[in-house]
Ligand binder design. Structure first.
Ligand code: NAP
Length: 241
């Protein structure tokens, strides 16, 4: 059975990916930082439906936590075939309000967290000729007012993806990145109806996206059909940008 480690899988896009990968025969490691109940409930649901899922708490900013998580993946699954670097936080506010603590939290989670997990998982991914999917954002491609730290972190994830794909390609490991637009998750819960309608007005497909749609793209990027694709940043945003 192949193993997929999905960071930030307790909620939102990560939880949708965990369900879909489990339905498609993967043993999923459901990583979370704080949402213990949700992560355990998700794993129970997956197992009730005949899948295999293991919850593992680890803060991706903490390298000791991350090392423990990778050891648990090896213990429970024998290795790692797919790594989805999905855990993320955002901060909405002006650059002036982005103090050092906010900057460190956003860059630490959204960019350094990707380094921490990928670096620790590297021996397992080399062993399996695995797939790495990083989660960036339209704002990592284009930049967003009042989301400078988030945009910088997500742009960093794009650079990391492109560079690492070149380094790991000869080992048969692919590294790709998805760049979602507005997806209906907790991350956007602070936005009111008017703000969502403004996004919809600016989106050619006239709606926001769902976590399940992003999960399907991730699954496809791990399928044999996408075996010649690496180093790519794939937008999933309804044409927003
Ligand atoms: P979400 O619903 O807020 O979920 C965030 C997930 O990340 C949670 O499972 C959370 O775990 C986890 N997480 C946060 N900090 C963590 C840490 N330090 N260590 C481990 N896990 C941590 O967000 P989402 O919308 O699904 O976002 C998933 C990814 O997609 C993020 O990288 C986000 O930037 C990206 N994205 C989202 C959108 C969007 O419109 N929603 C658009 C573009 C990109 P706990 O609950 O346990 O804290």
């Amino acid at each position: 059975m192949k193993a997929a480690l999905i960071t930030g899988a307790s909620r939102g896009i990560g939880a949708a990916a965990a369900r879909l990968f489990a339905e498609n025969g993967y043993h999923v490691i459901v990583n979370y930082a704080n949402s213990e109940e949700k992560a355990h409930a998700l794993c129970d649901e997956i197992e009730k439906n005949g899948g295999k899922a293991t919850p593992v708490r680890a803060d991706v900013t903490d390298r000791d936590d991350v090392r423990r998580m990778i050891s648990l993946c090896v213990y429970h699954c024998g290795g790692i075939d797919v790594l989805i670097n999905n855990a993320g936080v955002d901060f909405y506010g002006t650059f002036g309000d982005t103090d050092g603590e906010v900057w460190d939290r956003v860059i630490g989670t959204d960019l350094t967290g990707v380094y921490n997990v990928t670096h620790a998982a590297l021996p397992e991914l080399l062993e399996s000729s695995g797939r790495i999917i990083n989660v960036s954002s339209v704002w990592g491609v284009h930049g967003a007012s009042c989301e400078v730290a988030y945009s910088a972190a997500k742009a960093g994830v794009i650079g990391l993806t492109k560079a690492l794909s070149k380094e790991l390609g000869p080992n048969g490991v692919t590294v790709n990145c998805v760049a979602p637009g507005y997806i209906d998750t907790d991350m956007n819960s602070r936005f009111g109806r008017q703000a969502v309608n403004n996004v919809i007005d600016r989106t050619p497909l006239c709606r926001i996206g769902t976590p399940e749609e992003v999960a399907k793209l991730m699954l496809w990027l791990c399928s044999p059909d996408s075996g010649f694709i690496t180093g790519q940043i794939i937008g999933i945003d309804g044409g927003f940008m």
